[in-house]
Design a protein around this ligand. Sequence first.
Ligand code: ADP
Ligand code: G6P
Length: 467
Amino acid sequence: MSRLLVVSNRLPVTVSAAQGEAIVTPSMGGLSTGLRGPFERSQGLWIGWPGDLSKLDDAARAGAMKELEALRTLPVELTADELRQYYEEFANGVLWPVFHYLLDRIPVHSGGWEMYRRVNAKFAAAVAAQYRPGDTIWVHDYQLLLLPGMLREQLPGARIGFFLHIPFPASEVFRMLPWREDVLQGMLGADLIGFHTPSYARNFASAVVRLLGHEPIVDELSVAGRKVRFRAFPMGIDTETFTAKVPPSDEVFRPRPGEHLLLGVDRLDYTKGIRRRLSAVERVLERRPDLRGKLRMLQIAVPSREKVTAYQDYRRRVEEMVGAINGRCSTLTDAPIHYMYRGFPQEQLIELYRAASVMLVTPTRDGMNLVAKEFAASRTDGDGVLVLSEFAGAAEEMPEALQVNPFDVDGMAQAIEQAIDMSEGERRTRMAGLRARVLRFDVHRWAEDFLAALADDETGAAVEPAP
Ligand code: ADP
Ligand code: G6P
């Protein structure tokens, strides 16, 4: 029977050690939370990194392995050195900032490329060992850009899809990457390449033309006699989860009567625009003394990539800013910014989405941003306002949100005021538009569309290259 082999750097669950015991928890981030549902419906196998198992004793390790197997996941373990150079230095130290247009975050000496290549080869070996003719391989994200090309060499007849969960930058930016040709060649090992938005697909086409001299025909090109297609497949969310009733949790957040709750939910990542967002909230408090004591911003920041220096710096700067704003704007009974640095169970997150008056999603760049869609889906009451950055991929599908330029702090402050003052009628009309689209194009449909396009013979399951 043919199977779906999903491959990503991180598995949908992460194993960690607490007093020698293995703890298996759902992984955070859009790739994991999004793909989890479609994967559960498939009969597939998910290949990826399970987290750091080095602190587990033999018994705990065996237990974790059993649990991973029961979840149909196959761990690719990484050594401390591999993690540091491939994941921290190269994938998150170089590729992440370049693809998000944050060029000042790139270290002067960009290390890790050789290890990036080696770890991609390690994944290729793990996939090839599992592969049976007829299987479909679906590779995900920027940590594994070379993998489709490596798999194509080892399995010339395989059907390989690739999906990029982050933006593909303008070719002017992409070409700054010293390894630009290798990266493109790696991606072109796939039969079908998916992006969140048409503009990322256009950027990719332009990079392929300028850097490799290929001539794409609309959304496909020919690589060594093979057809490679690329186009946008905007990712959705698992709407059933976010529209469901959730039992009230022990730790419930209830806004006080008359209080407006502004909510931010992000991995603590410098692309998420948290500092400018906080600054905009402070601007609102300065301009509208009538809102003091009636406005609370709850910012949830999920710990992420804590060993990467740029993330450590960003955390420090966010936390300094929270302290500074609270220092300036608090009263004896209230502090306007309520900041929490930890993850939350999904059900509690849904409760928070439902309690918020205004959701602030203001990244300076974001491939899609599923939080924006989760907020809309969760609002089964039809109320609530979404303030959304025009630089999030989700903006293209969410015109009813109050769209803002996250670099324009004053503009964001005005949008927050507009959201707070908006009439109930307008809130409901906008939310109805947002929800209709989010509910219709959910993540199952996204996965089905991608896999159907990949299965379509027209996309060219690989033919053996002529000798
Ligand atoms: P990214 O993939 O860059 O992290 P997305 O907005 O696309 O950004 O996806 C974030 C995912 O992580 C969402 O599915 C969201 O529900 C989940 N998430 C974010 N914050 C938390 C949190 N505090 N607790 C649990 N899950 C969270
Ligand atoms: C984003 C990336 C994913 C990544 C996730 C969490 O969603 O697109 O590939 O898994 O962030 O980041 P982490 O580095 O913890 O896997």
